[in-house]
Design a protein around this ligand. Structure first.
Ligand code: HEM
Length: 436
């Protein structure tokens, strides 16, 4: 059996493939993508936990290579404009720019230390009132509608607003952030290549130009936000302006896409399982367990690439130096050796150790924030889901082979909500500062 991790047909429903990958005697090899798939829980964990042997530094070239394949002569003008706007050295275009995600220790540790504090459990907890206020506003608009898109109405705007406020970028430009973020995901990881290279370069150039203007402003007049933390001159040895820009881009995209997917996937799982919906409605203290099981069952990141820095071996299969190995998060979280009956959705199971946020030095920086956003959004949304179901053809996955999340989740309500219309929450313009 072959599994081609960069091709759409395998992503419609990857789970039956995963079980077959686990059973193969040797480490699965994808001939067209030219990658090894570390599908078992133990193997994926081994890949994550040894950054010296499995490097992140060049592994993302896999994504960049496939995204530049379609650039043609007609795109030259837009490419030149992109280079000017982004101030990118064309000679560096074919290799991945250094970001937190694509660096190895010790550089990685130095970069991570700069922002770690802003994402500590205490700092993140200070955002709960704001997350609740926004969730209430968004849910108030959906509550009495007979048909609504949960992604458009809640799961996308909530994480995007919060990360935009944390970064200190203008929240009225959410539509632009969404366009830029979707374009980056689709260009780097889309199976269908639904956007033309010209549109992708236009969006990328605009995003970098915008972030550059914010960076310049914070350099002149620092505030309490994360970009001000990044541009602090004391980090000058670790981050130049280009790295600050890439850092801000990673935060803007990582903070948005994955959490949107996590909440959207959970809502779909609930609507398809009315008994579970009833159970968590009756006992909201089960929501954190629901979120963890959803992260295991439908992991928003399905894999992370690494490159072997020397000859090694996994599942008694030789892996030559320079090979790309995918730590298959989505598959590992369905490995029966670690999670009994892995294809059963069970909010009462022990999900300890699931790999949805990765493992080791690159373990998700935003995990506390993502868990908080998911819990609060669901606490607010679940009471409004009574009598709702997924509309026919209403669940549409985004075009990406690396993230598994809904681009659209259209919901219909069969029983109208009983009580009168609530007023949207007041005073939605205050956010806690980074130094709170
Ligand atoms: C449910 C939502 C989320 C999921 C499933 C998720 C998943 C992941 C995973 C699997 C990694 C590891 C990458 C690797 O090993 O190469 C990661 C890293 C990262 N995540 Fe998340 N993430 C989520 C939400 C967030 C949020 C809200 C932020 C906030 C800004 C964020 C920021 C980051 C950053 C900056 C890294 C890189 C960390 C490093 O390389 O040291 N993520 N995430």
């Amino acid at each position: 059996m072959t599994f081609e991790p960069l091709e759409k047909e395998y992503w419609e429903n990857p789970y039956p493939y995963y079980q077959r990958l686990h059973e193969q005697p040797s480490l699965p090899w994808a001939p067209r993508a030219q990658v090894f798939c570390a599908s078992r829980f133990e193997e994926a964990s081994e890949v994550f936990k040894d950054p010296e042997l499995f490097s992140s530094a060049v592994a993302f070239d896999l994504l960049l290579q496939s995204s530049w394949q379609n650039v043609g002569v007609v795109d030259v003008f837009e490419m030149l404009r992109f280079l000017v706007r982004a101030r990118v050295n064309p000679l560096a275009l074919r290799s991945a720019p250094e970001t937190l995600l694509t660096s190895d220790p010790p550089k990685h540790e130095a970069m991570r230390n700069i922002v770690n504090r802003g994402f500590s459990p205490r700092r993140v907890a200070a955002w709960e009132p704001r997350i609740r206020e926004l969730s209430q506003q968004y849910v108030a608009k959906l509550k009495y509608a007979n048909q609504f898109d949960v992604v458009e109405g809640l799961t996308h705007p909530l994480p995007m607003s919060i990360i935009a406020e944390m970064l200190g970028v203008e929240t009225h430009r959410l539509a632009d952030f969404r366009r830029w973020s979707n374009s980056a995901i689709s260009s780097l990881t889309g199976c269908e290549r639904s956007l033309s290279p010209r549109v992708i370069m236009k969006n990328g150039g605009e995003a970098l130009e915008y972030l550059r203007s914010i960076v310049r402003r914070r350099q002149q007049e620092p505030g309490e936000d994360l970009i001000s933390v990044l541009v602090d001159p004391k980090h000058g040895d670790t981050l130049d302006t280009q790295s600050v820009l890439m850092f801000a881009m990673v935060l803007l995209i990582a903070g948005n896409e994955t959490t949107t997917s996590a909440i959207g996937n959970t809502v779909k799982l609930l609507l398809e399982r009315p008994q579970v919906l009833e159970e968590v409605s009756a006992d909201p203290s089960l929501i954190p367990a629901l979120v963890e099981e959803s992260l295991r069952f439908e992991s928003p990141f399905q894999f992370m690439p690494r490159r072997a820095t020397r000859d090694t071996e996994l599942r008694e299969t030789p892996i030559p130096r320079g090979s790309t190995v995918l730590a298959m998060i989505g598959a590992a979280n369905r490995d029966p050796r670690y999670f009994p009956e892995p294809d059963r959705f069970d909010i009462h199971r022990d999900t300890t150790g699931h790999l949805a946020f990765g493992y080791g030095v690159h373990f998700c920086l935003g995990s506390h924030l993502a868990r908080l956003e998911a819990r609060v959004a669901l606490e607010e949304l679940i009471p409004a889901l009574a009598g709702c179901s997924v509309a026919d053809g209403g669940a549409v996955y985004g075009d990406s082979y690396i993230t598994r999340g809904l681009a659209r989740l259209e919901v219909t309500r069969s029983t109208p909500m009983a009580v009168g219309r609530p007023q949207p929450a007041e005073g939605a313009d205050r956010a806690p500062s980074q130094s709170a």
